[in-house]
Write a protein that binds this ligand. Structure first.
Ligand code: GLN
Length: 246
């Protein structure tokens, strides 16, 4: 058995430890004696997305988002079709924004997204920064760190990843954070996200196996002592620290 992760534009979209998500996936896949291949996709390549079992796009500055816009849009139909078939995707912050409809930036320009789901983002005057806790009906409590100016709004039939317990989330006003659409998770949580929330790493591994091999699998259970420590440390920081808005 093998899982192939497509890591999109790591040189341009990778903030606040986002690469930790790739490392967590790789480790927890290999600890189950499953082979893991990481394909780094950079500008100018012609990737065959049907080879991907998990797609990952991290966060980025507006500048990085603008640079990848055209090329990401050229893959729009292929990626959308695969998402409909259940391709698992993890999208962090700037990556999350670019899989929605558009991101209107602070300089008034619009970066078009691939419209994989009904969400759109408008830059706000203040950055929303801090440790964050959310509660998800599917995954339970989730922790992370956010730093974005974009405010994301979800269409009527779209489920958020969770509800805000502490922090700003999608837009700082409606109490929602992220998105859970088919096997796609979009979220503002950096930090990195998966090492602190290992139940979601395992969810991705299970979904990837189901997507590629057509059947579910019981994953070998692991000792999660360190992962739980990382979760509790991040949770503590979110509870005791003040969220900044500058
Ligand atoms: N540039 C985007 C924003 O500020 C995304 C930032 C990020 O990925 N951390 O909203």
């Amino acid at each position: 058995m093998k899982i192939t992760i497509f890591y999109l534009y790591p040189d341009l979209m990778n903030l606040y430890g986002d690469i930790g998500n790739i490392i967590a996936l790789k480790k927890r896949i290999e600890w189950r004696n499953i082979e893991c291949k990481i394909e780094e996709i950079t500008l100018g390549q012609k990737p065959d997305f049907t080879k991907a079992d998990i797609l990952f796009l991290g966060g980025g500055q507006d500048r990085g988002q603008k640079i990848i816009e055209k090329e990401l849009l050229s893959h729009k139909e292929e990626i959308k079709t695969l998402i409909e078939k259940g391709l698992p995707c993890l999208l962090i912050c700037g990556g999350y924004q670019l899989f929605g409809k558009y991101f209107k930036t602070t300089d008034g320009s619009t970066i078009n997204g691939i419209e994989a789901f009904d969400a759109w983002t408008i830059a706000g005057g203040k950055r929303m920064i801090g440790n964050i806790i959310i509660e998800s009906p599917v995954f339970g409590r989730i922790v992370g760190f956010e730093n974005h100016s974009g405010k994301t709004y979800l269409g009527n039939n779209i489920s958020p990843l969770g509800k805000i317990i502490k922090g700003y989330g999608n837009n700082g006003t409606d109490g929602t954070e992220g998105i859970l659409f088919k096997n796609v998770i979009g979220t503002y949580l950096h930090g990195p996200f998966l090492p602190k929330n290992f139940q979601i790493t395992d969810w991705f591994i299970k979904q990837a196996i189901k997507y590629r091999y057509g059947q579910g699998i019981n994953l070998l259970s692991l000792d999660n002592t360190f992962e739980k420590m990382a979760f509790h440390e991040a949770e503590k920081r979110a509870i005791y620290a003040k969220s900044l808005s500058i």
